[in-house]
Ligand binder design. Structure first.
Ligand SMILES: [Zn+2]
Length: 679
């Protein structure tokens, strides 16, 4: 896990709600595609998908044929139709869905497409099969959500007439899944990849190794999975509370992918235009490696595979010959297995504890003239990069690889905010933006008091994710061209089950898909929320879990100049639901008072508020705030020193001292409601 270093926190009072109220959007004939296409022109009329529609592939391109067959299978599974394809004996006057490779669309790039729907014909044109594939994804999103069902039967399969021209903003639209901290099955991975494809995302970064498990078979080093893939089972306890294993305890928890299974997954992903990028994390986060082969550690001692978030020594020795010999074996097999041109080598959070007392490390530093451990790490990364380059691959590393001198050809993933990415671009390297402040989907997505207590830490709200622009402020075109794209990271310290992973991913991954695909100038929060709500009805059909945290109610006090008492404002991030509340501590129902405008309180009260949609509760639980009205209510407060925005999840940390006297108690977690931070 990437942990934050934080300053001193003082539990104070309330939180100024950062959200603007949303604009109401009409639900008439609208296009609800996520990510939002570049250009959409609505035309009159509809195309009726019926039994006699023919799917036609122009050019006998096998990749195109495969896309057409998948579309046919999806339509037939949902409807009771049997569609013909060209090549079959078809009526020349039949209505058609045409897929055509056409060089004239080369200007839309390898992934761009045009989708035209007329009442008698649907045509998807692109220069490359990937574009056709994304055109089909858009077409499916023009159909009702029941298209995702099996046996939806006699729904009305109408497609609005429209002309869409579309292409991605960035070439890298990725998601990391951490399969080390908890092992996730191949089927889970496939379902995750299905959703990446739905959202026109094209990279899946698999975090395959860490302290808590080695997940990929390496044939020349069998102990990596015989020993390194298994740990003592403490999954029933919270990550940071799991005890160290006792000597002789059986390691029964874990799993790994054989190379054959991984090949199957790679083929599956290729069929959905998703590339799998393997990560072998070195030299830190390598305890499972050391458990299997202690000779790569500094002291050669016995190591257990970690059961949870312990912080004991976990870096391989960057001075031992065995470390390089084994790394070469691993990376050579990984390079042969994965067709991606990239291998991610980690490089993050080396603690360097073992290196301090290691005679080999000391000697290596003397021999190579290395001034400190950062330079020792950099020496290690450069040697590993040579192995990767010799295998015809490009190295990616987390932004720590900048410390002590960056390996010459490396691509950098900027996770500790954007600073590392900005620095790397200025040094001429390619960068993928995945800052923890916008892209870490393992963070809680709402007030911690309202989120499942066992999931996540910190806070990253959906509107914050949506607000992200991967091109840093002030970049010129050449610098902007070095930003390959954006990636959401789902670390799985707290994610044991697929439902938990999905709860954290969705709907925030929808926002990331739009950050990566749609033009910055078209990004619009209320419009996104409207389309997201349609997409969530698809997720209902698909049985995919998601969070409704953007519909939690924020309760925030405001004071006028005269401070005659607090005025309380209730709102949700989504802004599309009714809010109902009580003042006596009772649970709000669909007949409780409907919130219409901010209200004043003159005596101590408990506000309980919850969002409702179509008369039903539409968030996980009600927000509760006890308001203790006292004589200092709303009075100004002088802070010395002033509060800091250091611990700043997307700019949402309050610094206004009046949260001390707003009569609202802070939340139990210091990153929730009502905290000030002092540096
Ligand atoms: Zn050492």
């Amino acid at each position: 896990m990437k942990r934050f270093s934080v300053g001193l926190y003082v539990l104070l009072s309330s939180f100024l709600n950062p959200y603007q109220s949303s604009i109401a959007v009409s639900h008439s004939k609208t296009i609800n595609i996520i990510p939002r296409p570049v250009s959409v022109q609505l035309l009159d009329g509809e195309f009726s998908l019926r039994q006699d529609v023919v799917i036609k592939v122009v050019h006998q391109d096998s990749r195109l044929r495969l896309i057409a067959e998948k579309l046919k299978t999806r339509i037939e599974a949902a409807s009771d139709f049997e569609l013909a394809m060209n090549g079959d004996d078809v009526d020349p006057d039949a209505k058609q869905i045409v897929l055509v490779l056409d060089e004239r669309f080369r200007k839309l790039g390898d992934e761009g497409y045009q989708l035209v729907v007329h009442s008698d014909e649907v045509i998807i044109s692109a220069a490359e099969p990937a574009g056709i594939f994304y055109g089909v994804q858009s077409l499916l999103q023009l159909l009702p959500p029941e298209i995702e069902e099996s046996d939806a039967g006699s729904s009305r399969w109408q497609i609005p007439c429209v002309e869409i021209i579309d292409y991605p903003r960035f070439q890298w639209r990725g998601q990391l899944l951490d399969v080390s901290r908890h092992f996730h099955s191949l089927d889970h991975l496939k379902r995750n990849i299905d959703n990446l494809a739905r959202l026109k995302m094209n990279k899946m970064h698999l975090h395959l190794t860490d302290d808590q498990g080695w997940r990929i078979e390496i044939k020349s080093l069998p102990k990596l999975t015989e020993i390194g893939a298994w740990r003592v089972d403490h999954n029933d306890k919270l990550w940071w509370e799991r005890p160290f294993p006792n000597p002789g305890e059986k390691a029964t928890c874990g799993g790994f992918y054989t190379q054959e299974e991984m090949k199957e997954l790679i083929r599956y992903a290729q069929g959905l235009y998703v590339e799998i990028i393997p990560e072998i994390d070195l030299p830190g986060h390598a305890r499972a490696f050391m458990a299997a082969y202690p000779e790569v550690s500094c002291d050669g001692a016995h190591y257990d595979v970690a059961t949870g978030g312990d912080e004991r020594n976990k870096d391989v020795c960057p001075a031992k010959d065995a470390t390089y010999e084994y790394s070469e074996k691993i990376l050579t097999e990984v390079a042969a297995l994965f067709p991606s041109k990239y291998i991610h080598i980690g490089g993050d959070e080396a603690r360097m504890q073992g290196w301090k007392n290691c005679p080999d490390c000391k000697k290596k530093m003397q021999d190579e003239g290395l001034a400190n451990f950062h330079e020792l790490q950099s020496y290690f990364m450069s040697r590993v990069e040579k192995i990767i380059n010799q295998n015809g691959k490009t190295m990616i590393g987390w932004d720590e690889i900048l410390q002590g001198g960056l390996a010459p050809n490396a691509t950098v993933m900027s996770w500790r905010g954007e600073v590392g990415g900005i620095e790397a671009v200025k040094m001429g390297h390619d960068v993928i933006m995945t800052p923890n402040t916008f892209c870490y989907l393992d963070l809680k997505q709402g007030d911690p008091e309202l989120e499942p207590p066992e999931l996540g830490y910190g806070q990253l709200l959906l509107p914050t994710v949506y607000s992200y622009n991967p091109i840093p402020h002030g970049f010129n075109d050449e610098q902007a061209g070095k930003i390959l794209g954006v990636q959401a990271n789902l670390w799985s310290e707290s994610l044991v089950y697929e439902e938990q992973a999905n709860y954290m991913l969705y709907p925030r991954l929808l926002a990331v898909s739009e950050v990566g695909w749609s033009p910055q100038e078209l990004r619009n929060w209320p419009d996104f929320v409207r389309r997201m709500e349609v997409m969530l009805t698809r997720f209902d059909v698909l049985g995919i879990d998601y969070a409704l945290s953007a519909y939690n109610v924020w309760i925030s006090p405001h004071y006028g100049e005269k401070a005659s008492g607090a005025v309380f404002k209730l709102e949700t991030e989504a802004g599309t639901v009714d809010i109902r509340y009580t003042l006596d501590g009772s649970e709000p129902t669909n007949t409780s008072t409907l919130y219409q405008k901010p209200f004043q309180l003159h005596k101590t009260s408990t506000i309980k508020a919850r969002s409702f949609k179509d008369g039903k509760p539409y968030c996980r639980m009600a927000t509760t705030r006890t308001i203790d009205i006292h004589k200092a209510a709303g009075k100004p407060v002088l802070l010395d020193p002033e509060a800091s925005a250091l611990f700043n999840f997307g700019g949402k940390m309050p610094t206004d001292s009046r949260i001390l006297t707003d009569c609202v108690r802070g939340s139990a977690s210091q990153v929730g409601v009502g905290w000030l931070c002092f540096n």
